[in-house]
Unconditional design. Structure first.
Ligand SMILES: Nc1ncnc2c1ncn2[C@@H]1O[C@H](COP(=O)(O)OP(=O)(O)O)[C@@H](O)[C@H]1O
Ligand SMILES: [Mg+2]
Length: 246
């Protein structure tokens, strides 16, 4: 079956959306073991926080979950299908995942409206539809009055909300966010978290959010704690916490 045919199949409901199976990632020819034998699943529609000290492997893990990187051992599965053998990862990412980063990654010379359209260029929308959709998304994140502003003319909180609108450009099933409130003051951070709550509740978006902050984890349905590249504590759906690392 081709990947396009696989995409067109009805989505199985009981499968996890994402699964990490015995995933390890080393760097520098094995000198750095950033992740060691990590396994967990994320169900469709869940809101999961990933916490852990700096250097514990959180960003490495998020990059693997988002198919931006490949495990050294083990595999990431999406809806039961391994990402290892897929030849269309660019298309998979563009259609399925929205990324939000700590430092926004907006293009400085483009307006908010133009930044949000960037992921749409690969898709089917014509110019007019792209602009309309970008306007709707900027309205959704509370920035309908900032359409023509370049990033430098926006507050950092507004920049992050533009980045979130851009992450939603292709109606992704899930958002992967790496310390999304790390550069924001507490007020702007709370606005971003309110927005995540709405996306989760009203649109059913699956959220995986890396954070240092307890206030982010408090909003999530469950938390996975990472230490030294291993899962330290794993909170299951329903709340029970399992200690994993020895
Ligand atoms: N590209 C890389 N090359 C070498 N080492 C890396 C690379 N990326 C991350 N590391 C190392 O892997 C470990 C985990 O890093 P990272 O996933 O960025 O942690 P966190 O996001 O939790 O701060 C750290 O020791 C870091 O120095
Ligand atoms: Mg990191």
């Amino acid at each position: 079956m081709s990947d396009a045919e696989a995409d067109a199949r009805p989505r199985p409901r009981l499968l996890p959306l994402l699964e990490a199976r015995a995933v390890s990632r080393t760097y520098d020819d094995g000198a750095v073991r950033a992740l060691k034998d990590v396994s967990f699943t994320i169900a469709p529609g869940e809101y999961v926080a990933i916490m852990g000290p700096s250097g514990s492997g959180k960003s490495t893990l998020l990059n693997l979950l988002g198919a931006l990187d490949h495990p050294s051992e083990g595999e990431i599965r999406f809806e039961g299908q391994s990402l290892c053998g897929r030849t269309d990862l660019d298309r998979f990412r563009a259609r399925t995942i929205g990324f939000v980063f700590q430092s926004f990654h907006l293009l400085p010379t483009l307006t908010a409206l133009e930044n949000v359209q960037i992921p749409m260029f690969e898709g089917p929308l014509d110019r007019r539809s792209r602009v309309r959709k970008a306007e709707e998304l900027l309205c959704l994140v509370g920035l309908s009055h900032r359409l023509k502003h370049v990033p430098q003319k926006l507050s950092v909180g507004e920049r992050q909300r533009v980045a979130i609108a851009r992450a939603l450009a292709n109606d992704p099933l899930m958002l992967l966010a790496d310390e999304p409130t790390g550069n924001l003051d507490s007020r702007a951070g709370a606005d971003v978290l309110d927005l995540f709550d709405r996306l989760h509740r009203e649109r059913g978006v699956t959220l995986v959010v890396i954070t240092h902050g307890a206030e982010v984890a408090a909003r999530a349905e469950r938390t996975i704690w990472i230490r030294d590249g291993q899962i330290d504590l794993l909170q299951m759906p329903g709340g029970a916490v399992t200690r994993c690392a020895v």
